[in-house]
Design a protein around this ligand. Structure first.
Ligand SMILES: C[S@@+](CC[C@H](N)C(=O)[O-])C[C@H]1O[C@@H](n2cnc3c(N)ncnc32)[C@H](O)[C@@H]1O
Length: 238
């Protein structure tokens, strides 16, 4: 086991929730340049900026507006998104010189991040198949070789929410993405994942490994879920 896996296992074992896990792991990884896709009210950003002194620049990526083509419960009305942006600015004001607000969808603002610039990106925006596909493909070139992408809402079921909402496809998409990119992938407690970009030969499929610390992600098959009847129970009701 190398030092990354040792640190991931250590912080997974002691953290009671995702935020203390990422504060602990980022403290170990000591990133300088970080981006968060999907910021909401800024709680995650504030915790990372407060807990990780190594962070010199933290990009906050979020449209903070109602999106007509995003069928998820977090797609609220514009007025509340304005309040969430104001709350984010207030919570991260102590780190105003280290933050950069990139207001827009990932695809609308990613050009403002130089390629191979980020040590760490946290993806927590649109978790539909469209969203996770766009976010991983858009943010991957922004991450340095040897750098990391973490993310939220890695559920073993696509039915994170009720069936009237679009399914969540972080899993298995991130697993297939890691294989295609030759990346290391960890499935973590609290519905988190961690990808590491191959340092020596990013792009070679040969570096792919998958370490599931939860034992919940052994079956990436969608067929099993599509054939399940009656309609599977959403995560929120389990
Ligand atoms: C679950 S919330 C993020 C929570 C936040 N990361 C935290 O830990 O506190 C999802 C956010 O993703 C944003 N979002 C939705 N679609 C997006 C897109 N295409 N690009 C960037 N952000 C998006 C929404 O505006 C919303 O604020």
């Amino acid at each position: 086991m190398d030092s990354l896996e040792t640190a991931v296992r250590h912080h997974s074992g002691i953290a009671v929730d995702r935020i203390p896990f990422w504060v602990g792991l980022l403290h170990h990884l000591a990133p300088r340049t970080v981006a968060e896709v999907g910021v909401w009210r800024g709680d995650f950003a504030a915790a990372m900026l407060a807990g990780c002194e190594s962070i010199a620049r933290y990009d906050l990526i979020d449209p903070w507006r109602h999106l007509p083509d995003w069928n998820k419960p977090a797609n609220i009305e514009d007025a509340t998104f304005e309040q969430h942006l104001a709350a984010t600015l207030a919570k991260t004001e102590f780190a105003a010189t280290r933050r950069r607000v990139l207001r827009g969808r990932t695809t609308e603002v990613a050009d403002q991040i130089v390629d191979a610039n980020l040590d760490f990106a946290y993806i927590d925006g649109d978790h539909t198949l469209r969203g996770i596909t766009i976010d991983l493909l858009t943010m991957w070139p922004k991450v340095k070789p040897g750098g990391f992408i973490g993310g939220d809402d890695l559920w073993p079921t696509i039915w994170q929410h009720e069936a009237r909402f679009e399914p969540t496809l972080v899993f298995p998409f991130v697993l297939h993405f890691a294989e295609a990119m030759g990346a290391r992938l960890f499935a973590l407690p609290h519905a988190q994942f961690l990808l590491q970009k191959n340092l020596v030969n990013p792009g070679s499929a040969r570096g792919f490994t998958f370490t599931d610390l939860t034992g919940r992600y052994g079956d990436p098959s969608l067929r099993r879920q599509f054939l399940a009847a009656p309609m599977p129970t959403p995560v929120s009701e389990r």
